[in-house]
Design a protein around this ligand. Structure first.
Ligand SMILES: C[S@@+](CC[C@H](N)C(=O)[O-])C[C@H]1O[C@@H](n2cnc3c(N)ncnc32)[C@H](O)[C@@H]1O
Length: 233
């Protein structure tokens, strides 16, 4: 698994690598543009203009939202990625932050209309994902979209892993809907390709809550995070 220095080195050629992999419809980036495109459309259909991008990378998705007038906040732990994204989006609020340490304390009082996270959450293991996504949700009034190498079931993931063979990155912990649903019962999954999908975390809010303005932030206990990608069940 790449650390922040690994992503610094990858940053300049990241878009080319992704495009080449996508064009050949291969794991891990088969369907990349469709994943980002669907999330972009869904964000645009929703209410609100303040968006958080978690692990924004070179800013492919964030920049589209930025160009359409969204107020973009983002976190990423690669200095080089932050530099590239900042050049493209000078007015965006971009923070150099490692999300394995949790939600940025600096933004504890911030509330966003929606959050997106594409091809980044798999850098956390299963328990860390639950703890971190729970934290992110406390800062949202709207949906959280996760686009990634992702599956509805463990069986589907394992079938994909077998088909990919040696190229499968066992250190990355790809989100599986049925494993996350006990923590997030509202979770919906949309399959995009043989190896990609979109998870949407959105509470069904009552009309009273919907119109109630500023959201309260309830406390969520932090889970302990063991190393390595382990299933939650
Ligand atoms: C594969 S790239 C995806 C970039 C972009 N979201 C996209 O869809 O093209 C993963 C990004 O997540 C960032 N990242 C990975 N682990 C992270 C962590 N623990 N904290 C903050 N950023 C992280 C990397 O620096 C990188 O920019």
């Amino acid at each position: 698994m790449l650390n922040h220095k690994g992503f610094d080195l990858w940053a300049d050629s990241y878009d080319q690598t992704v495009n080449a992999c996508e064009e050949s419809n291969e794991y891990p980036f088969a369907g990349y543009r469709q994943v980002l495109g669907e999330i972009y459309r869904a964000v645009r259909e929703g209410d609100g203009r303040k968006v958080l991008d978690i692990g924004f990378g070179t800013g492919v998705l964030a920049k589209k939202l930025y160009d359409n007038g969204y107020t973009v906040y983002g976190i990423d732990f690669s200095e080089k990625m932050v530099e590239i994204a900042r050049e493209k989006m000078p007015q965006a609020v971009l923070l150099w932050h490692n999300f394995s340490k949790g939600f940025p304390a600096l933004w504890e009082a911030e509330i966003f209309d929606t959050a997106v996270c594409t091809y980044a959450v798999h850098h956390l293991n299963g328990e860390e994902q639950v703890a971190f996504l729970g934290e992110v949700k406390r800062h949202l009034t709207g949906p959280l979209f996760l686009g990634d190498v992702a599956f509805e079931t463990v069986e589907e993931r394992d079938r994909c892993r077998e088909a990919v063979g040696e190229g499968w990155d066992a250190e990355e912990c790809y989100p599986v809907a049925e494993l996350l649903r006990p923590a997030f019962p509202e979770l919906r999954f949309q399959k995009i390709t043989h190896c990609s999908g979109i998870l949407v975390l959105q509470e069904r809010r009552s009309p009273v809550e919907k119109g109630s303005g500023q959201k309260k932030i309830p406390a969520v206990p932090k889970g302990k995070a063991p190393a390595g990608c382990r299933d939650l069940l």
